[in-house]
Design a protein around this ligand. Structure first.
Ligand code: SAM
Length: 238
């Protein structure tokens, strides 16, 4: 089944962009996912095809008009796909949400510009606001590409080694352990002996303890959630 994506944007030329490269680009060629862009300008108002206007109540910048954006959204058959608005006010994207989305039929995404969208169209069309982090970009196109890349690499047949996906950061609730490759010694630094021991059980234990230590040091929030999950799993059912 093809993961169908439709992007509503003022910059359709920004796509596929980096998504045309490497495994994600190959996935597009082989039909693992499809990409359609809808140019918001074609729904613009008047001679100049305006898509934005000044903010009600005054203030800096421009706001995307609800009539224009509403018409653009209504031109796209959702076909069971969630309608996402890339927005710094949204819920921050997580690997768990990426997994859910990639298991579905695809996504329809609106890329904002200027000061963002008129609130009424967000509410009226039941858009899910998704943020890629606590910082502000100039537009939603890069954010949409981040979400797409994260989803598409999980689709069957896209990543060469599907097993490698299950050991990655966030998949186990922990950050990934450190990785090494040849040469064995580089600038006086050796690969840890255990990784060259051939003892798979010891290697697994070492990787696990490194992942835990790293997560505890760098992401105490993740580590607390991980410990909670482990404790819940260990608790006998009443
Ligand atoms: N005035 C808005 C605010 O303060 O929340 C920021 C608007 S931003 C300049 C323009 C557009 O970039 C947004 O409508 C959104 O589509 C996109 N954008 C900016 N930061 C983002 C983020 N962290 N995650 C997802 N989209 C973002």
């Amino acid at each position: 089944m093809t993961f169908k994506t439709t992007i509503l944007t003022l910059f359709p030329d920004a796509f596929p962009g980096v998504l045309g490269a490497s495994i994600i680009g190959r996935g597009l060629e082989t039909g693992a996912w499809s990409l359609e862009t809808v140019h918001l300008r074609q729904f613009g108002e008047g001679k100049h095809k305006n898509v934005d206007d000044t903010p009600a109540g005054g203030g800096a910048g421009m706001v995307m008009r609800p009539d224009v954006i509403g018409a653009a959204i209504d031109s796209v058959p959702l076909q069971g796909r969630p309608l996402l608005y890339m927005s710094p006010r949204g819920k921050t994207l997580t690997q768990a949400r990426v997994r859910e989305l990639s298991a579905g039929p695809g996504v329809v995404m609106l890329c904002g510009r200027f000061e963002g969208l008129d609130e009424r169209v967000i509410e009226a069309r039941g858009m899910e606001e998704v943020s890629i982090g606590d910082y502000v970009l100039a537009g939603g196109e890069v954010a949409a590409q981040v979400l797409l890349e994260a989803c598409v690499r999980l689709l069957p047949g896209v990543a060469g080694n599907a097993e490698s996906l299950t050991h990655e950061s966030f998949e186990t609730g922990l950050l990934e352990h450190p990785q090494y490759t040849r040469p064995r010694t580089w600038e006086g630094h050796d690969i840890p002996d255990v990784l060259l021991s051939g003892d798979h059980k010891k290697i697994e234990e070492w990787r696990r303890s490194q992942a835990e230590a790293l997560t505890k040091a760098r992401r105490p929030d993740l580590y607390a959630a991980f410990q909670n999950t482990v404790a819940t799993r260990a608790r006998p059912e009443s």
